[in-house]
Design a binder for this molecule. Structure first.
Ligand SMILES: Cc1cc2nc3c(=O)[nH]c(=O)nc-3n(C[C@H](O)[C@H](O)[C@H](O)COP(=O)(O)OP(=O)(O)OC[C@H]3O[C@@H](n4cnc5c(N)ncnc54)[C@H](O)[C@@H]3O)c2cc1C
Length: 433
């Protein structure tokens, strides 16, 4: 490499959340001479910091950590993390008799694992776009990533043979909602509350939109943090519904499931996604629902009436307004529209994985789409591409329609990571022949 020329790597990863962290572990454990660099726009490791509420529990067992499902003997297991946290921690955790650590503890586990790959990670580095680099004999040989250092504003370029895309979900903002000082997505809850609502005893009015786990977590956090607050929760349906993680349904997350699912035709796969969506995304942890119900019961029986649940309401507008927020709702049952004034609107409205991926716009013509909204994604998580397009682009989080529910969740991350590493390794050995 000449001075001033961009570095060339075997693998560059966009994002260093749990998905690419699992890949870093799989790469280290496969013992192949592949070099990898990960670029993440955050200043350091943090797993969904805006939603890291004290006491909130994981929705999967600790055995679904970064590696146990693939290699329980690895030094990156959650149990090994505990054993390295000083005398007594492992024993005390075992004595808790739970499979469900808090999210705060699991974030600390992830950060402990991430710290062991610090030399491979460039923090504060936001990838802006990806362009193809032509080969001398035609076709595309490499990918060029341009990124911006968020601390200095400088841009730089890096080249790669394989690109791993794992930027996580994009917060979904419903049509009509204008983000602002008092209207924000739930993913920013902690920093927004700390910034604007430092008086914990004040009678603030929070307006929460959504009926999933995030809405439930925000409700419980706000209720505990601001005991005198009014909380209005607005849901599109009749009630919050529980996540279905009963034993037979949970077999959706067995290691062999993606193989079977990928072989089915798209109509049948979609039927399974429609039938079992509650298992994966939209449901609230079974034991949190009674806790929320109790809060409503106690509030009403004490005659305080600070909690309201508005059913069949769809948010159609929201804006910050003179030190407060105004939300407009369409009532699906009556067909009427109403406005709710509050101190803040919290949009617990989920995440999306937009496809085509905006950062890949310059590469799109080389990639195959299965539908106008979805890349054709191979079993090994690579996007199908034109024959003369040599670099591989692997997606993590985008393949629910073809690989099943585990795609956006933690359950099978270690296996997906290993499959991607195996695919890169096999491809590298074919090319070097
Ligand atoms: C609050 C919360 C709790 C969850 N709890 C569970 C659970 O208990 N069980 C479960 O199975 N699933 C859970 N999930 C779902 C899933 O586990 C997470 O979404 C998981 O974090 C996905 O990992 P990831 O690495 O793909 O994405 P993320 O964790 O979102 O990480 C993506 C990383 O990419 C970086 N990035 C994004 N864009 C760029 C860019 N352009 N350039 C550089 N870096 C970029 C981000 O800074 C981030 O660090 C939860 C999700 C949320 C939101």
């Amino acid at each position: 490499m000449l001075p001033g020329e961009p570095e060339i790597h075997d693998i560059v990863g966009i994002g260093f959340g749990p998905s690419n962290l699992a890949v870093a572990i799989a790469l280290e454990e496969c013992d192949q001479p592949l070099d990898a660099v990960f670029l993440d726009r955050k200043p350091g490791f943090a797993w969904h910091p805006g939603l890291m509420f004290p006491g909130a529990e994981m929705q999967v067992s600790f055995t679904k950590d970064l590696i146990t499902m693939r290699n329980p003997r690895s030094r990156y297991t959650f149990l090994n993390y505990l054993s390295e946290q000083g005398p007594g921690r492992l024993g005390k955790f075992i004595n808790l008799r739970t499979f469900y650590p808090t999210r705060v503890e699991f974030n600390d586990y992830y950060a402990w694992a991430a710290a062991q790959f610090d030399k491979q990670v460039r923090w504060n580095t936001e990838v802006l776009d990806v362009t193809p680099v032509p080969a001398e004999c035609g076709g595309t040989e490499l990918l060029r990533l341009v990124s911006r250092d968020r601390s200095t504003g400088e841009t730089s370029a890096i080249l790669t043979r394989n690109l791993l895309i794992a930027p996580g979900g994009t917060p979904h903002v419903p049509d009509g909602a204008e983000l602002g000082e008092r209207v924000f997505h739930a993913s920013e809850t902690r920093e927004r509350l700390a910034r604007t609502f430092d008086d914990r005893s004040a009678p603030h009015h929070f307006n929460i939109v959504g009926s999933g786990q995030t809405s439930a977590d925000v409700f419980m956090h706000v209720r505990r943090t601001y005991p005198n607050a009014r909380i209005t929760t607005n849901i599109r349906g009749f009630a919050m519904r529980p996540e279905d993680d009963t034993h037979f349904v949970n077999e959706l997350f067995l290691p062999e499931f993606p193989d079977w699912f990928h072989r089915q035709d798209s109509e049948f796969r979609q039927k399974i996604i429609d039938d079992y969506g509650l298992a994966a995304h939209t449901g609230v942890s079974y034991d949190v629902i009674p806790q929320i119900y109790r809060e409503y019961y106690e509030d009403q029986s004490a005659g305080i009436d600070s909690l309201a649940l508005h059913r069949f309401t769809e948010l159609v507008g929201a804006r910050s307004d003179d030190g407060g927020a105004v939300a407009t709702y369409f009532h699906l049952d009556s067909g009427e529209t109403s406005q709710v004034e509050s101190d803040a609107v919290v949009l617990a409205t989920g995440y999306r994985y937009p496809m085509p991926i905006p950062a890949l716009a310059a590469v799109d013509e080389h990639l195959r789409m299965e539908t106008p909204q979805r890349y054709a994604i191979r079993r090994d998580y690579a996007i199908e591409s034109a024959e003369d397009f040599m670099p591989r682009i692997y997606l993590q989080g985008y393949a629910e329609a073809t690989h099943g529910f585990s795609e956006v969740l933690l359950s099978l991350m270690p296996l997906r990571a290993a499959e991607i590493v195996q695919s890169i390794t096999e491809n590298a050995s074919v090319e070097s022949r």
